[in-house]
Design a protein around this ligand. Structure first.
Ligand SMILES: [Zn+2]
Length: 216
């Protein structure tokens, strides 16, 4: 794994990534985990998928960034070093009008602060340029703790589901709104439970093999 060129966290830590090229007819799948630093099981699945890919010759291409918010991991916080929730910080069209109001309306939890302006944080700038250069057909964003699969994309549902299939909607400044609602790139938000129950990691392996069904 190499640090992504031009990509750093706020404190200057490199963001590691893993790339596995696939066949020409395959899809491009971008996997992001730990955009929230206190959701360790998300990183566990991200690394697990990388280890599987190391042994496979997949049809699809994979690009995995297993720890998007290393400063948050270090501090055990949802937010990054600037205390911004990176998943409310994407420059969606409604950001200026909605993001701060929406946050205040929900009680202004510090852990969900969207920032005073969108996309000032290097971690989000990195994902934006990655989306532009890699042009993924599907983005998989791994989180905890709700224990559901929350899909923003065309009406499709994989046959094999390791968790409940349930839409949670998207928010001003969220990756789901930025990528799917505004750019037509489907986003599957995997919300793992807070602790991985026995057997779920193996189910997530099987699910990894089915993900390309959701790619556009
Ligand atoms: Zn999260």
């Amino acid at each position: 794994m190499q640090p992504l060129s031009g990509c750093q966290s706020k404190s200057g830590e490199g963001l590691l990534h893993y790339v596995k090229p696939g066949k020409e007819t395959g899809k491009r799948i971008l996997v992001l985990s730990m955009i929230h630093g206190n959701e360790l099981p998300a990183g566990e699945i991200g690394f697990r998928w990388i280890r599987r890919l190391e042994k496979l010759s997949p049809h699809n291409s994979w690009f995995v960034v297993p720890v998007l918010n290393p400063d948050g991991v270090e501090a055990v916080t949802r937010t990054n070093q600037t205390k911004i929730d990176l998943n409310r910080h994407f420059p969606t069209k409604d950001w200026e009008a909605e993001a701060l109001n929406y946050w205040k309306k929900l009680g202004g939890a510090p852990a969900k602060f969207p920032g005073d302006k969108p996309a000032t944080e290097p971690e989000v700038q990195c994902i934006i340029s990655l989306i532009e250069s890699y042009k993924p057909n599907l983005i998989v964003s791994i989180h905890t703790p709700f224990g559901v699969l929350d899909y923003d994309g065309p009406a499709k549902k994989p046959k094999y589901l390791p968790l409940k299939w349930k839409s949670l909607g998207h928010y001003p400044g969220s990756l789901g709104r930025y990528a799917w609602a505004e750019r037509g790139i489907p986003v599957l938000t995997v919300e793992l439970p807070e602790k991985l129950p026995a057997g779920l990691a193996t189910k997530m392996d099987r699910f990894q093999d089915e993900l390309s069904y959701l790619a556009q």
